[in-house]
Design a binder for this molecule. Structure first.
Ligand SMILES: [Zn+2]
Length: 216
């Protein structure tokens, strides 16, 4: 009897850590085109789109057969010459799953890379302020405070697990995109930050960066 209870507990545990399979709706959105075909970018002004954009995303199975197509189509979408971005999150194309693409301005050639089930594990107290926009919010830009440095855990498109420390502008993109996975938009951050007092510390601390890294 005791053994049976333990076995069922173990099974429940296995089921809960395994990501939920893609739904029929999710599968049809992803497979509605080929790997070079862009997807429609959801807009906050549309009530049905807003519901998805403000929803929380869940993890995706690393072995999900449509995952490579999803990543390719998200890449085609963020590279749309008419509306280019520096990052994109799966909810923005209608899939509430923890998948983002980020342009790595801190790497040679500034490639776009895919991050599966990303989690920010640590954030610096030091903040930076920078102007942000969003593919899902037309015509609005705003100055958002973001953590200067973050530590990110994620899986790459080959299913390998990584933990990485990221700084500067690239860290801003990671924070913007992982916020999307929690249904948070940069305009929500602007509202939150209105209620908090911040002090500029440039006058107190002499910060330097090598010229070759200045883009960050
Ligand atoms: Zn965005």
């Amino acid at each position: 009897m005791k053994k049976a209870v333990l076995t069922s507990l173990f099974l429940m545990l296995v089921v809960s850590v395994e990501a939920q399979k893609l739904s029929e709706t999710e599968r049809s959105i992803i497979s509605s085109g080929g790997k070079k075909d862009m997807m429609r970018v959801l807009q906050i002004t549309d009530p049905a789109d807003a519901k998805i954009l403000k929803g929380a995303s869940i993890d995706i199975g690393l072995k999900e057969e449509l995952l490579p197509l999803l990543l390719d189509r998200m890449l085609a979408t963020v590279n749309d010459p008419a509306n280019t971005g520096v990052g994109i999150a799966a909810p923005q194309i209608g899939i509430n799953r923890n998948v983002i693409l980020v342009q790595r301005f801190d790497k040679p050639g500034e490639p776009f890379e895919a991050y599966i089930n990303p989690k920010i594990k640590w954030r610096s107290a030091l903040l930076r302020k920078g102007t942000e926009g969003c593919l899902s919010i037309a015509d609005i830009r705003g100055d958002v405070l973001r953590h200067y440095t973050v530590e990110l855990a994620y899986y790459d498109r080959n299913g390998q697990h990584h933990e990485e420390i990221i700084e500067g502008f690239t860290a801003v993109i990671f924070q913007h995109e992982t916020d999307h996975l929690m249904g948070i938009l940069f305009t929500d951050r602007l509202e939150q930050q209105k209620a908090i007092e911040y002090s500029l510390i440039n006058g107190e601390v002499n910060l330097y960066l090598e010229n070759r890294l200045k883009r960050q």
